[in-house]
Design a protein around this ligand. Structure first.
Ligand code: MEV
Length: 445
């Protein structure tokens, strides 16, 4: 435990301090104050204007946290081939995605279709009144809510989106006096969180004005308690389906001990296990999000929102299940994913983060639907690679091979030692201990 400044110290007004002062306060918590400041500053961008962009993304920024920016080549989707940017720290993910993408590029590529791009927002409120009256008046209220947000929705409507529908939902059987106005939106190419939330807060105000001013409502009916107005990150209607398919014979070379048909059978079993067992489903879906999150981060999208929606969708039938599925029919293997992906290609970080902007340019400036297809294809690619390894040689061989450099770096191996280790471990199992032993041996020579 580092000594220095007391760890339970409450710091008032921290956010108002200069960056250098924040850095100094953080360093005071550590034993090695000079090195701490040097370390954190060494990750500042040398171009002050670029650093300023990063500083302003968040509050209390004192440094940048690097994560590798990689590329998965040969990702063929609906006949078009992409180089897909992936931001991820886990050593084997880009390699796994690339190898699956290469395999499928030679077997028809990924096929993908966006089912819909609707998003949802909610005004949650408590009201003690005659629900029949409210239902009767709801068409009028809807018109008023649209009017109240006309300024906000103007631009979105020009781009082909806007408010799609309003619903009044009565939840009084679950919570006293609780109602909800559920609104569906089309936010076109933006993720649309700010747009949706701004509209919702206006709707809530309009609801209060409407009930207070309309003669149909009397006494207590004029009062409403708005609890909150916020978008839902559950987007089951912002959905994409992506699949690969081939004859069993095309799966022949995926493992030296299995025929194509045997491979298809084992793969199918593995996916079915993820459909019936929650423990396995969670890991299975984590493998899918390895690919999806990496694309989401590289393109400046909100990966927490995407994950939240994905996991909820995985539970839509009452039990958490695999997001991907397999069908074997005749001699055909079909592997697909259906997943909600609320992604944007305009607004938010997509143009503010220089590398997110670059990623989208590298992908040929896709619209949100195309980006949904790309991200889901990477999710499926990573899932295919993981399950392929699991049902054949096991995950550790490939995983630890990619992890070799991390272990070597842990032991501060020189470039020459790394070269020797790569040669030595080319046909051997990598483990923390085996690398340690290897380094000890060559260092003691
Ligand atoms: C590791 O990041 C992901 C896997 O565990 C996924 C899976 O088990 O399917 C390999």
């Amino acid at each position: 435990m580092p000594r220095g400044r007391k760890r339970d110290l409450i710091i008032k007004g921290f956010s108002k301090l200069l960056k250098e002062d924040k850095l100094r306060i953080v360093a005071e918590l550590m034993d090695n104050q000079v090195e701490t400041i040097e370390l954190l500053k060494s990750f500042w961008h040398s171009d002050v204007s670029k650093q300023k962009i990063f500083d302003e993304f968040s509050e209390n920024t004192i440094s940048n946290f690097y994560i590798p920016y990689g590329v998965a080549p040969n990702v063929m989707i609906n006949g078009r081939t992409y180089l897909v940017p992936m931001v991820i720290e886990e050593s084997s993910v880009v390699a796994a995605a690339s190898s699956a993408a290469r395999f499928w590029s030679e077997h028809g590529g990924f096929h993908s279709e966006v089912i819909d791009i609707k998003k949802v927002g909610q005004v949650h409120f408590l009201w003690k009144g005659d629900v029949g009256k409210l239902k009767l008046k709801f068409p009028e209220l809807k018109k008023r809510m649209r009017k109240a947000t006309a300024r906000i929705t103007e631009n979105m409507e020009k781009r082909g989106g806007g408010i799609l529908d309003f619903e009044l939902l009565d939840f009084r059987d679950k919570l006293d006096d609780y109602f909800q106005i559920r609104v569906t939106f089309d936010t076109v190419d933006s993720m649309g969180a700010n747009f949706i939330n701004s509209c919702l807060e206006e709707f809530a105000e309009e609801l209060k004005r409407f009930l207070a001013g309309d003669e149909a409502f009397k006494g207590k009916e004029k009062e409403v308690t708005v609890i909150m107005s916020i978008l839902s990150n559950y987007t089951p209607q912002c959905l994409v389906k992506t699949w690969v398919e081939c004859d069993f014979s095309e799966l022949e070379n995926l493992d030296e001990d299995l025929t194509g048909e045997q491979f298809a059978f084992k793969f199918h079993q593995a996916v079915q296990i993820a459909e019936i067992d929650t423990y396995r489903a969670t890991t299975h879906n984590k493998g899918i999000f390895n690919g999806i999150d990496a694309v989401a981060i590289a393109t400046g999208n909100d990966f927490r929102a995407i994950e939240a929606a994905g996991h909820t969708y995985a539970s839509k039938d009452g039990q958490y299940k695999s997001l991907s599925h397999v069908e074997l029919s005749g001699n055909r293997f079909k592997f697909w994913i259906e997943i909600p992906l609320a992604m944007g290609t305009v607004g938010g970080l997509t143009s503010l983060h220089p590398l997110a902007k670059h990623s989208l340019e590298m992908l040929g400036k896709p619209d949100s639907k195309e980006l949904m297809m790309i991200a889901s294809a990477l999710g499926l690619a990573n899932n295919f690679a993981a399950v392929r390894s699991l049902v054949t040689k096991g995950i550790q061989k490939g995983h630890m091979k990619m992890h070799l450099f991390n272990i070597l770096n842990h032991f501060k191996a020189t470039d020459e030692e790394k070269k020797q280790a790569q040669r030595f471990f080319a046909d051997k199992k990598v483990s923390f201990v085996s690398v340690k032993d290897f380094l000890e041996k060559i260092r003691n020579k």
